[in-house]
Structure formats: structure tokens, C-alpha cells
Design a protein around this ligand. Structure first.
Ligand SMILES: Cc1cc2nc3c(=O)[nH]c(=O)nc-3n(C[C@H](O)[C@H](O)[C@H](O)COP(=O)(O)OP(=O)(O)OC[C@H]3O[C@@H](n4cnc5c(N)ncnc54)[C@H](O)[C@@H]3O)c2cc1C
Length: 389
């Protein structure tokens, strides 16, 4: 590779009508359900919202109809995702399943796995957790030590996964395990397994985060046995599969939009005639957002065309997560209020005040550049893509 490629995609016809349809649905849903807008995809979990979205055909949008999908384009999906995040809808429950686990099963899963699971995901009723990180394996994912060995007709798994978001409320986990020798590249001998979090006997221990929320878990596999048909794809092919999964995890608009609700709040707080320094700061943020959005859309366009733009996705995630932090920081400097920790500031009502929205983002910000791979790791992918490493 000699450079980056961010070709502007040609949007399919009808996307603006789709955008209007999604906006109308969201306005009605918010009015009826009273959810609190927060553009971070990991903020609010609502099984009923996920079901309503599934009924609209907005989960598994690009998948074949035979598996409950809707055969729409990746760019149409992008528009729906963008609107959901911009409105701050409670998308967390189905997020991982729609974004990466379903597509992974579609690509590498057996026919039986696809038929059993994909329609449930598309209906908004089946949630997934990501079983990659371990106590001593984060950035260096190839060093995972959770081991799966053949046992009778199936596999026996021993080891511990950590930071497993939502394992306590998901139906399945896709776990990366060592099944053979690592080889010189250390990428050999890894395999992915479909783990039933309700029936396989995995011990799920809560880890409460900095904000006092229970999203993370430690997942202990102590001689967990699973049937042979839970292997995903080919034994030993786990590295190639997990790399593809990570590209999906890193490339979406959620990597630039987590603090969009704060940007909107900043513009509102500034009013129609902001003082020049604030106007300049907002102008800079909006221009940056515009450029990032164009880059993010270009990545979606290339994915649609069958490419694997992992370097470009890494660039968007690195720049996008720094932009998300800059929005919160600009708001904090521009508007003289103390961030409030917790969901409510005691003012009553459903909507969080600006102070509590800011508080939530201050607590959440450190995670934005970590989840899905840290910025240092993304930069090493970019350097390798440029051929300078
Ligand atoms: C909100 C959130 C949700 C998460 N959810 C999940 C989940 O559902 N499932 C899951 O499997 N994991 C999850 N993770 C874990 C996440 O993938 C890891 O935290 C991340 O990959 C970093 O690994 P680590 O925490 O072990 O840090 P380490 O890998 O120990 O890194 C520590 C620091 O060293 C730097 N560093 C490490 N190696 C290098 C290097 N080679 N060059 C330069 N710098 C380096 C890192 O950038 C980082 O700053 C989640 C994390 C967060 C914050």
C-alpha cells in the first residue's frame, strides 16, 4: 500500500427517503418510550426498542432474506445507523450482534448456525458478547491463553475472558481460543467458538466500571464442554476471522458520533450569536466532523464494494475518537457548568441535564480510545499499511 483511499461513495437512490422514515420513527419512539438521548452506542439497553427496530427491518439490513435479512446496501445501513446514533437511541442490546457477530456467522458460520441464529438477531431478540480480551491479552490478542481441546464429540474449554461487555445479558459469546500451536507468526492455531451463555455453564462475574455501571464481566471457562458444531469456520483459521470481525467493529459511524448529542447541546447553548471564540471553536468542530463523516462514509462504500479497508478504518477510528473527546472538552470549556456524575441531576424529568450528559461523557471518554483496539494499536496498523513499519 502506498497511501490511503477514501473515495466518495455513490449513495443509492432513496436514501434520503429512508433517512426521513428513520427520523419519523425515532421521534415517535422517543415521544412514546421517553428514552434519554445519548449518542454513545453503549449507553442504553432496551429490548423493546431493539424488537421495534427489528420489526422495521433495520437490523441485519444487508443480510440475505433467507436468514431474516433485508438485502439492503451497506450505505443504506450506514444512514440508518447514523440516524440512530445522532438521535441518541437505546441501541446497545442488539448492537454487537448486528454489527459484527451476525456478519461473522454469515461469512464463516455453518448453514445450521446461520439458520438458527441470524433470523433471531434480525428480529432484534438475540444479543451477542465479544470474547476476545483476557487478563493478559488485550492489545496483543494473539497471546490469548483460553484453550479449547477436542473432548469426546465436542470441545472442552478452559480459561478466562475479561472486559466482556454484556455477557450477563447476552445469549451468546463468540470466543477466540487457542486450539493448536501458535507457529512463528503466533497467528496460527486459533479458533472461534459459539458459546451459549445461558446453557454452557460459563461463570459470569460482574465488573463495575468507573461510572458505576455494570457492563463489563469476567467470564470463567472451567472445563466448559460444548458440542463439535459450535466451531465457527475452520479450526485454526481464527486469526483471519477475528481480524475481519475487528474491521467491522472499528469501521462504523459510532467511532465519530459518541458525543454528537454534546455537539448539538453546544450549538444550542451557544445560541444564534455566539461570541467569536466560541463561534470559531464550533466552526472548527463542525468542519472536522464533516470531513470525518466523509471518510467514514468512504469506508462504508469500500466495504460495500467488497474491499477490506482496515487501514482507512483505523484512521477514522483514531481521528474519530479524538474528535469525540474534543467535543466534550470544548463544551466543558465553553459552558460554565460542573459535570454531574449519575443519570439524573435531581432536576426531575426524563431528560438528563446538560451537566449530567457532560458528566457521563467525562466518565466515558477514557473508554472511547480503548474499546475495539487502542489508538496506539490502530497507529501501528496504519504504519504497517503505509509500509513504514
Ligand atoms: C468500554 C470497553 C468495552 C470493552 N468490551 C470488550 C468486549 O466486549 N470484549 C472484549 O474482548 N474486550 C473488550 N474490551 C477490551 C479492549 O478490547 C481492551 O481494553 C483493549 O484491546 C486494550 O487491551 P488492554 O486493556 O489489555 O490494554 P493493554 O493491551 O495492556 O494496553 C495498555 C496500554 O499499552 C499500550 N500498548 C499495548 N501494546 C502496545 C504496542 N505494541 N505499542 C504501543 N502501545 C501499546 C496500549 O495502547 C494501552 O495504552 C473493552 C474495553 C473497553 C474500554
Amino acid at each position: 500500500m502506498t497511501g490511503f483511499d477514501f473515495p466518495p461513495p455513490v449513495m443509492p437512490p432513496g436514501v434520503e427517503a429512508l433517512r426521513a422514515e428513520v427520523r419519523a420513527f425515532l421521534a415517535q419512539s422517543q415521544a412514546e418510550e421517553g428514552w434519554r438521548p445519548d449518542s454513545d452506542f453503549g449507553s442504553d439497553w432496551s429490548a423493546s426498542f431493539s424488537r421495534a427496530l427489528g420489526a422495521r427491518g433495520w437490523i441485519g439490513m444487508t443480510w440475505p432474506a433467507a436468514y431474516g435479512g433485508h438485502e439492503r446496501s451497506a450505505l443504506e445501513r450506514y444512514v440508518v445507523i447514523e440516524e440512530l446514533l445522532a438521535a441518541g437511541a437505546p441501541v446497545y442490546a442488539h448492537w454487537v450482534a448486528d454489527r459484527q457477530s451476525g456478519p461473522l456467522l454469515l461469512r464463516f458460520g455453518s448453514e445450521a448456525q446461520r439458520r438458527a441464529i441470524l433470523p433471531r438477531i434480525a428480529a432484534g431478540g438475540c444479543y451477542f458478547a465479544i470474547g476476545m480480551s483476557e487478563p493478559d491479552s488485550g492489545s496483543d490478542l494473539a497471546s490469548v491463553r483460553t484453550r479449547a481441546v477436542r473432548s469426546g464429540d465436542g470441545w472442552r474449554i478452559d480459561g478466562t475472558k475479561v472486559w466482556t461487555s454484556n455477557a450477563h445479558r447476552s445469549h451468546y459469546m463468540i470466543a477466540l481460543c487457542r486450539t493448536g500451536p501458535a507457529g512463528e507468526s503466533r497467528h496460527e492455531g486459533l479458533s472461534q467458538f459459539l458459546i451459549d451463555l445461558e446453557g454452557d455453564g460459563v461463570e459470569v462475574n460482574p465488573i463495575v466500571n468507573l461510572a458505576g455501571k455494570h457492563d463489563f464481566n469476567e467470564c470463567v471457562f472451567d472445563g466448559v464442554t460444548i458440542p463439535a458444531d459450535r466451531l465457527i469456520g475452520r479450526e485454526g483459521d481464527g486469526w483471519r476471522q477475528v481480524t475481519g470481525e475487528l474491521a467491522l467493529e472499528r469501521s462504523g459511524p459510532e467511532r465519530i458520533l459518541s458525543t454528537f448529542h454534546l455537539l448539538a447541546a453546544l450549538v444550542e447553548a451557544a445560541g444564534p450569536a455566539p461570541e467569536p471564540r466560541l463561534a470559531e471553536a464550533i466552526g472548527r468542530l463542525v468542519a472536522e466532523f464533516y470531513a470525518l463523516r466523509a471518510m467514514s462514509l468512504a469506508v462504508a462504500g469500500r466495504l460495500e464494494a467488497g474491499a477490506l479497508p482496515d487501514v482507512e478504518a483505523a484512521i477514522v477510528k483514531d481521528m474519530g475518537t479524538r474528535f469525540e473527546a474534543e467535543v466534550a472538552e470544548t463544551l466543558r470549556r465553553a459552558v460554565p457548568l460542573e459535570p454531574v456524575a449519575g443519570d439524573r441531576d435531581g432536576a426531575g424529568g426524563n431528560a438528563p441535564s446538560l451537566a449530567s450528559a457532560l458528566g457521563a461523557s467525562v466518565l466515558g471518554l477514557p473508554s472511547f480510545t480503548l474499546r475495539g483496539g487502542t489508538n496506539e494499536i490502530l497507529r501501528s496498523i496504519i504504519a504497517r499499511g503505509l509500509g513504514v513499519r
